[in-house]
Design a protein around this ligand. Structure first.
Ligand SMILES: C=C(OP(=O)(O)O)C(=O)O
Ligand SMILES: [Mg+2]
Length: 398
């Protein structure tokens, strides 16, 4: 009997940060215990693996978990293949990507526990040694807040920080700085789903506010980024991106995003175009080839190897967002990172707008060596991940 042999897989419904039900999995091995829960998106990509109701995911996930009893939790590929076989579809629509990702991540956690190593070491090995740059959203709207900006996320990345810890505290200071700038302008704001301020202002003013907050509050070089989440702005009938009263056709959208990047010296722009438009993605990427801007695909790639390969072949984007629940397994997330990296694309590990206190993506980011992690700035379900990377960083320094 090995210490990592799986004895039992149990699932339950728990709350996520929006107050919705999500799935938590426990995996018990001969000598280990692991737990993980599934996040949930609001601006989900059309080609993501499918989330089903938490109640059904618990039932079907537990049935699938029975097939894992007796297998080796340290053999992540075999575990994830069994989950795929038990599901029997190509998008996890039977057992649910929510059940699959919770079981897959809890299995990795249980193996690490049984082996007596930290999760990032179990996944990344002895040479996993770098921590990511945190991309934190400080203003947001779109699908994450009503009556706020059209662009979904205004992010900051402390590119001049020497440590992850310094970067995280810089992002938090800028988040507080945004509130000060809004107060000075007499603008009130609540918070959106991910803890970013959600003022009722337009996108150009939001960029101005964030730039002013960076000037005031950041002690190290801090650059601005955006998640346009453009599929949510696209209107099929209009054949254009709709921003309130303004519409932009695809060429105008490429011009607009290019101007935002150049005027704001942006370090990052995610989903600047809709999820099917690889060609326009490639045009924008080419137009920005003289900058250091990361053009990132989220809904475009959905953490899917075939879609990443298709994008790489066309020169669409130069970085890939990695959301484990978009693909449903730890192995799938790893393969997406590997495919991106082999093509010279940067990788960004990411939370979802609906989250729990689960911090697994912190360990996946360090273990897989993603250059960035996008997981918010404040709020317990966001700081759970940030604080875990701080702990990992401090352990590495010992
Ligand atoms: C985190 C995001 O939002 P959601 O989880 O709603 O897809 C995103 O679009 O990058
Ligand atoms: Mg996105």
């Amino acid at each position: 009997m090995t210490p990592t042999e799986i004895d039992e897989v149990t699932l339950r419904r728990v709350l996520d940060s929006r107050g919705n039900a999500t799935v938590e999995a426990d995996v018990r091995t001969t000598e280990g215990f692991g737990r993980a829960s599934a996040p949930s998106g609001a601006s989900t990509g059309e080609y993501e693996a499918v989330e089903i109701s938490a109640k059904r995911a618990v039932e079907r996930g537990e049935e699938a978990g029975e097939a894992l009893v007796g297998t080796d939790a340290a053999n992540q590929r075999a575990v994830d293949e069994t989950l795929r076989d038990e599901d029997g579809t190509d998008d996890f629509s039977r057992i649910g990507a929510n059940a699959a990702v919770a079981i897959s991540m809890a299995t990795a956690d249980s193996a690490a526990d049984a082996l007596g190593v930290r999760l990032h070491r179990h996944l990344g090995g002895a040479f996993a040694s770098s921590t990511p740059t945190p991309l934190g959203n400080v203003v947001g709207g779109g699908e994450h807040a009503d009556d706020a900006t059209d662009i979904q996320e205004f992010l900051v990345a402390p590119t001049g920080a020497e440590t992850f810890e310094e970067a995280v505290f810089t992002n938090a200071a800028v988040h507080a700085g945004v509130k000060d700038v809004l107060d000075d302008r007499g603008v009130t704001a609540g918070k959106g789903d991910e803890g970013a301020w959600a003022p009722s202002i337009d996108d150009p003013e939001a960029l101005e506010v964030v730039a002013e907050a960076v000037d005031r509050a950041a002690d190290v070089e801090t650059r601005i980024g955006l998640d346009v989440a453009a599929s949510e702005l696209w209107d099929d009938d209009a054949g254009a991106y709709v921003y309130g009263d303004t519409t932009r056709d695809t060429e105008e959208q490429v011009d607009y995003v290019e101007s935002l990047v150049r005027e704001g010296d942006l370090i990052y722009v995610e989903d600047p175009l809709r999820e099917d438009d690889f060609e326009a993605f490639a045009r924008l990427t080419e137009r920005l080839a003289d900058t250091d801007t990361l053009v990132c695909g989220d809904d475009l790639f959905v953490t899917n190897v075939e879609r990443i390969e298709h994008g790489v072949a066309q020169g669409a984007a130069n970085s890939v967002l990695i959301k484990p629940n978009q693909v449903g397994t730890v192995t799938g997330a790893y393969e997406a990172v590997k495919t991106a990296r082999d093509a010279g694309y940067e990788t960004v590990m990411s939370h979802r707008s609906g989250e729990t206190e689960d911090a697994t993506i912190a360990s996946l980011s360090v273990g897989f060596g993603t250059g960035l992690i996008k997981t918010g700035t404040v709020g317990g379900e966001r700081t759970a991940k940030l604080n875990e990377v701080i702990r990992i960083q401090r352990d590495m320094e010992r």
